[in-house]
Design a protein around this ligand. Sequence first.
Ligand code: ADE
Length: 423
Amino acid sequence: MARPTLDYHVKDLALAPEGVMRIEWAAREMPVIGLIRQRFARERPLEGIRISACLHITTETANLALCLRDGGAQVALCASNPLSTQDDVAAALVQEYGIPVFAVRGEDNATYYRHIHQALAHGPQITLDDGADLVTTLHKERQELIAGVLGGTEETTTGVIRLRAMAREGALRYPIIAVNEAQTKHLFDNRYGTGQSTIDGITRATNILWAGKTVVVAGYGWCGRGVALRARGLGAKVIVTEVDPVRALEAAMDGYQVMPMAEAAAIGDIFITLTGDVNVIDRPHLEAMKDGAILANSGHFNVEINIPALEEMSEAKRRIRPSVDEYRLPDGRRLYLLGEGRLINLAAAEGHPASVMDMSFANQALSVEYLVRRREKLAPGVYDVPRELDEQVARLKLASMGIRIDELTEEQQRYLSSWEEGT
Ligand code: ADE
């Protein structure tokens, strides 16, 4: 079904049939979103609501967009990273499903922000964001649109950190639900999703054997925990670097070596950053690395490895494989940067598997419904996903997996709410 009047920018509409099949394939592993989509189609809780969404344009995001559309929303999508767009999915959304998309894999920064502006031109009542680029652009450059916004959601750790900074400074002008903070999001998506998809991206880019390698994981948040766990599962020796003493202790007691990056730099075969901070691998670390060291980032932005320093230090650079740039230093050592330092799970693989995105995006869909159904608008600020919604997602996911659990008896409930009984 061609839609010539729709405003959009994708790579090639001819890719749509492939995108449709991949979107359907992902839907098999997204039963919770499927159930919500069926209910939304019956109840139409989002009738006429305009949504501007800045998300990675993947098969999983397509299933979220279809869920919101079936709830009655008018959705416009742009990418939340220049390198994460799946062009066939973008084409399918426009061509087959009539959803405007502004995203082309490999777009430059100017195009990336032009696409954000095009999604904002939709005049959103709800914003969906992954990393907070859409929300910050709206607050800095399209302030006249803010009065029409009911609220928004934010998908990821980095975005939540930025929004909290905005809220602290009094700059945030509408309520945003931090989907990342839901338990059914970060315990699964950040840990098992990032764990598996990061290893997947590095493997697809390099085809290395993990067994016996020394892997340095920078950051032991939920994402770092997942990557360390999966790297160890493949037989790697894992070193963790941290700045937080409690997390460092946890990593040590989880059985990893813990040391500063300055020491790990000379030992590691593969470095993976997942801190959300800048220059975690800095020039002195690069200078200390072994010939052949591989550098990858799985944090939201491409700032965790000091790439300008790497460029400056190198006397030659070539793309030796797709997603692998070889930098040659004056003393002959070679360092390999994967996916231009952008999140490697989406730059070189397909991002998190659908089964975990099912829960993250169920939280998104239910949070959007919550914002729309509430009679009074929430005050500006960053909010948690209501606990009932988080638990609803867990129950639906368990049911889809055929897992039943116990319920508290009346006696147990009474016991838990009393204080008189002791030893
Ligand atoms: N973030 C990480 N993996 C993703 C995916 N598969 N789809 C959308 N956003 C993601």
